[in-house]
Ligand binder design. Structure first.
Ligand code: BTN
Length: 349
């Protein structure tokens, strides 16, 4: 879990820090999403703009990594139909649970975490979820970037306000991971496991492939109340050169399910599971979720190497996780506990 020690980044203006894209790119994409041909003329007349405006929007979509074909005499089309993020569809998939979140669908933003960290200081409501079609500067754990692309990944953050102080939130990031694992099971991807502290992984031929990650940033006092911005990135369909930009083994939901998944259904399922787990966590802490968590830990009882923030490596064997979310490892120096912070965990060779 990352803590906000200063509000400097949250004070940047929305205008300068939000990602910006051609304003017609997403409306045009909404038309092209059926995978059929649309002529420049028909699109221009649909939106009441010039064909040059449509041409520029298409160029912007191509620059965002989408394959938009242009065939003379026929128009523009995507290689296949595409399901886009859509507020109404997400709410419909949430069914009776839809009142649990205030959902915002953003066209483009630098980082949904940064966006909600800032909004939080301006009084945005508890249980606000911001999901972005495009995230231009996604933040990962340990100061890394989170690589995502329009249509390739689901990127969203949730602001959750706690009466508990920040000190009581150790274990929160593991609890959130468990919510994701439950959601994946409900979505028909039961092979998804967790890697401490909170990576979503699938083990293929003994190798851990990352499906998603969680970045939690905290605001507030150690004594309380506090707020957490829970950022989640899930790979939906990492086609093309995007995989080359990621420096670890990855997988995505399309590959795991053998067919594309509706991002609105994935988001809905994750939010419902998240609300349930966060309520359990607030009542009983991580202790009540620990056994279920260990059962889906890909490195439970496995030989591991811990990469410490000072680049030191510690070898050992995972014994368990503690009730506060620390990892319990048997090392050459005896049984030791590690808290998530900036540590990275690898399976030992
Ligand atoms: C990790 O390093 O595994 C955590 C990745 C978290 C990425 C998500 S994408 C949505 C949210 N906004 C961000 O800037 N980061 C998180």
């Amino acid at each position: 879990m990352e803590k906000s020690v200063s509000n400097k980044s949250a004070q940047r203006t929305v205008k300068s820090s939000q990602g910006s894209i051609n304003k017609w790119a997403l409306p045009v994409l909404t038309q092209l999403a059926d995978g059929k041909f649309h002529s420049g003329e028909a699109l221009a007349s649909h939106f009441g703009v010039t064909r040059a405006t449509i041409f520029n929007a298409i160029k912007a979509l191509q620059a965002l990594g989408l394959d938009v074909f242009a065939i003379t005499g026929k128009g523009y089309r995507l290689p296949h139909a595409m399901q886009l993020l859509n507020l109404a569809d997400t709410l419909q998939h949430m069914g009776e649970h839809q009142g649990r979140f205030h959902l915002q669908v953003l066209d483009a933003v630098d980082s949904t975490n940064r966006y909600l960290m800032q909004a939080s200081t301006q009084g945005v409501a508890h249980a606000t979820c911001a999901v972005a079609h495009i995230q231009t500067q996604g933040r990962g754990r340990r100061g890394r970037d989170w690589v995502s692309r329009l249509g390739a990944s689901l990127t969203f953050s949730v602001l959750w306000r706690f009466n508990l102080g920040a000190a009581a939130l150790t274990g929160l990031s593991l609890a959130v991971g468990l919510a994701l694992a439950r959601a994946m099971r409900n979505l028909g991807v039961p092979q998804v496991q967790l890697k401490w502290p909170n990576d979503l992984v699938v083990v293929q031929a003994g190798v851990l492939h990352k499906l998603g990650g969680i970045l939690i940033e905290l605001q507030g006092d150690m004594e309380g109340p506090s707020a957490a911005v829970i950022g989640v990135g899930i790979n939906l369909n990492l086609a093309g050169d995007i995989v080359d930009k990621i420096d670890q083994a990855v997988t995505d939901l399309t590959r795991l399910r053998g067919q594309p998944m509706n991002p609105n259904q994935v988001l809905a399922e994750v939010l419902v599971a998240l609300a349930q787990v966060l309520n359990e966590f607030e009542r009983n802490g991580f202790a009540a979720l620990k056994a279920e968590w260990s059962a889906v830990h890909a490195l439970h009882e496995a030989p591991v190497t811990l990469l410490m923030p000072d680049a030191k490596q510690i070898k050992g064997r995972v014994l368990d996780v503690a009730e506060d979310g620390q990892l319990i490892v048997e090392t050459a120096e005896g049984v030791q506990k590690f808290s998530a912070g900036e540590i990275s965990l690898r399976r030992a060779a």
